[in-house]
Write a protein that binds this ligand. Structure first.
Ligand SMILES: C[S@@+](CC[C@H](N)C(=O)[O-])C[C@H]1O[C@@H](n2cnc3c(N)ncnc32)[C@H](O)[C@@H]1O
Length: 164
């Protein structure tokens, strides 16, 4: 598969999973966490899917398209997952959805982050919350949820937080 095909499939998988997650959290109150603001593409898409929800975006620095920069109250800058605990007060309520889009060009750093991020994220999530991720994450109270039919297994990961 060419890199172009692979990039297109990744973006299609993201869009499918974001849409499915938005449906799954209909009965669950709480904000949305966008982990990896990047260019702001998926943040912008989440805003359009879930206009009634507060969205908090995380990244090391703001490098998003100017139209996709959250206001200062809704962006958490710094190294994930170290910033999660301090951000909990500002977020104010357990989150209904977290989208982890944390991959970078450094596979080793991405693997370490994927290992650390789930356990650190878990205390920020409501029972029944949905986590979608570009990396497999392991947290004992989360269970894998079927991907939308159009998404190839392994391209994206979708979890539900137990205890709903
Ligand atoms: C794939 S990009 C996100 C793309 C974005 N969701 C979009 O649709 O435009 C991954 C982002 O995660 C951020 N990131 C990766 N590891 C991080 C870490 N440990 N702490 C903070 N930000 C991190 C990078 O700075 C980068 O902007």
């Amino acid at each position: 598969m060419s890199r172009l095909d692979s990039a297109i499939r990744r973006l299609q998988a993201q869009r499918e999973c974001l849409a499915a997650a938005a449906r799954l959290i209909r009965g669950i109150d709480g904000p949305v966490l966008e982990l990896g603001l990047g260019n702001g593409r998926t943040y912008d898409h989440l805003r359009s899917l879930l206009p009634e929800r507060e969205i908090f975006a995380f990244d090391r620095a703001v490098d998003a398209h100017p139209d996709c920069v959250p206001d200062a109250d809704h962006i958490v800058l710094g190294e994930m997952p170290d910033v999660f605990a301090a951000a909990q007060g500002r977020i104010g309520a357990p989150a209904a959805l977290a989208h982890c889009d944390i991959g970078t060009g450094d596979p080793a750093a991405s693997a370490v982050l994927a290992y650390r991020i789930g356990p650190a994220l878990d205390p920020l999530l409501a029972p029944g919350a949905v986590v979608i991720s570009d990396r497999a994450l392991v947290v004992s109270r989360w269970y894998l949820t079927p991907l939308p039919p159009a998404v190839e297994p392994g391209r994206y990961f979708m979890y539900r937080v137990g205890g709903a």
